[in-house]
Design a protein around this ligand. Structure first.
Ligand code: BES
Ligand code: MN
Ligand code: ZN
Length: 486
């Protein structure tokens, strides 16, 4: 979708007023007769259209066919603005409008550029479709929005374009998740990451199976072993602040391009959406694109241990004892708890080889997080209060909700093994999200570390507001804000 900023309404099919008060429409500097039409349509009652909801009016005898009013009410939050913007786009698409202009009035206590960003971000995310496998031509949809600003400053234009870049990065992540596992597998995921790196300005290094073996990533290799799709370790480096070369934030994304469960095979119903088991890696790749194209002054290394959890004669088994890059031995009690095995090696690699200063891992790790928090909130484990509070701030900015779970010592004891150093599941179904997270944390070399479980938030069975159906791109904006706040 094309986003522009202009002082006057260009040729377009609809004009949108995002306002908190009726008077603001008359201040927009629009042609008088058109304003009059709209004001008449809005009505005169106290409870006017601008207070509540989105209304549209057909305008006759004017090249602009439709006027839309969307009321924000007073003191609307940024998240509310995003949701209203989403409603506007749905309405425009229903009206088959392809080009629209929008007036956005000021909202008390809200920075104007933040306001514009929220509108653009949500508009683009709402308009997202994944229709490349549909043979019939999809219906036309909104393709251009012009933000009308009386005095567009350089900063305004910058804000609008950065919002568009961020939304684009989220959509890149959604695309990666929505592509099926016969299209996106470790080799093709690595290729996509390299292409995106070249396009946006980060460096990628891809390790093949031999090179992964040389690194002694035995846990990662055990998970991957039964699949004919060979693993790849994808490393993405972005050095936006060369003056602080040693300060590196590592983002580690779970990259199971398909999770059948392995020998602990999933049932058909639990397996059908398991192409989304690389949503963490999609979020990491997406955020790399965003920070590189916006040239953030930070150093970030993205790490993805990409593989497929398949079955086969050479599959790892429930009961196997395997090694890991750290040297710790792992008792595998369930081959379906595979993500933590790949992440153990990826996180350790980030700490040891990439010399990360702090680590965030993001993963579709446990079904248990869906039970605990549903589909709107990610579960978080962290060993560092300050680091966690940075994530909390970012979460308030992006609207992607998180909730921190405890990491009491008893939980760590639940993954102590009698026969090896650690085991990959706790006791039955108890505290599954916590024990899964803590397992990964054991490989973070005591660095400040955050684990984000997005098994519930990375995928949506139905569309809601600006979250479209299927891959949500959850985490891209969250991690972007965390890095940008720095
Ligand atoms: N990829 C799954 C978790 C998942 C579940 C993601 C639902 C998205 C939606 C993960 O690898 C898994 O299978 N976890 C097991 C762990 C258990 C065996 C300890 C689970 O949650 O059942
Ligand atoms: Mn699994
Ligand atoms: Zn999995």
């Amino acid at each position: 979708m094309k986003i522009t900023v202009a002082k006057k309404i260009p040729e377009c099919d609809a004009v949108v007023f995002l306002c908190s008060k009726k008077e603001e429409i008359s201040l927009t500097g629009l042609e008088k007769p058109l304003i009059r039409d709209i004001l008449t349509a809005v009505g005169t009652e106290e409870d006017s259209a601008l207070k509540n909801g989105i209304h549209h009016f057909r305008i006759y005898g004017h090249p602009v066919k439709f006027a839309l009013t969307a009321g924000t009410g007073s003191n609307a939050t940024i998240e509310k603005i995003r949701r209203i913007s989403s409603g506007i786009v749905k309405c425009l698409n229903d009206l088959k409008v392809e080009k629209a202009s929008i007036f956005i009035s000021d909202i008390e206590k809200t920075d104007r550029n933040e306001l514009l960003k929220a509108v653009i971000e949500a508009a683009m995310l709402t308009n997202y479709r994944f229709d490349r496998y549909k043979s019939s031509k999809p219906p036309k949809r909104l393709s251009e929005i012009t933000v009308i600003e009386k005095q567009p400053s350089k900063k305004t234009v910058q804000a609008v374009s950065s919002a568009a870049t961020l939304a684009q990065a989220v959509m890149t992540a959604r695309d990666l998740v929505n592509e099926p596992a016969n299209v996106i597998y470790p080799e093709t995921l690595a290729k996509k990451a390299s292409e995106l790196g070249r396009k946006h300005g980060f460096v990628t290094q891809i390790f093949n199976e031999k090179e992964i073996a040389k690194l002694k990533m035995d846990a990662f290799l055990a998970v991957s072993r039964a699949s004919v799709k060979k693993p790849r370790l994808i490393v993405m480096r972005y050095t936006g602040d060369p003056s602080k070369k040693e300060d590196i934030t590592a983002l580690v994304g779970k990259g199971l391009t398909y999770d059948s469960g392995g020998l602990a095979l999933k049932q058909a119903d639990g397996m059908k959406n398991m192409k989304n088991d690389m949503a963490g890696s999609a979020a990491v790749i997406g955020v790399m694109c965003a920070i590189a194209s916006m040239k953030l002054k930070v150093n970030v290394t993205g790490v993805v241990a990409a593989c497929e959890n398949a079955i086969g004669g050479d599959a790892y088994r429930n009961g196997d004892i395997i090694g890991s890059m750290s040297g710790k031995t792992i008792e595998v009690l369930n081959t379906d708890a595979e993500g933590r095995l790949t992440l153990a090696d990826a996180v350790y690699y980030a700490a040891k080889k990439e010399k990360a200063s702090r680590i965030i891992d993001i993963a579709t790790l446990t079904g248990a997080v869906l039970v605990a928090l549903g589909t709107t909130t990610a579960g978080v484990i962290s060993n560092d209060d300050q680091f966690y509070s940075r994530l909390e701030t970012a979460s308030h900015q992006s609207g992607e909700q998180i909730w921190r779970l405890p990491h009491f010592e008893e939980y760590r004891e639940m993954i102590r093994s009698d026969i090896a150093d650690i085991k990959n599941t706790g006791s039955g179904r108890l505290a599954g999200t916590i024990t899964g997270g803590l397992f990964i944390g054991e490989f973070a070399e005591k660095l400040p570390w955050i684990h984000i479980d997005i098994a519930g938030t990375g995928w949506a069975d139905r569309a809601e507001n600006y979250i479209t159906k299927y891959g949500t791109g959850y985490g891209v904006r969250l991690l972007y804000h965390l890095l940008a706040n720095h």
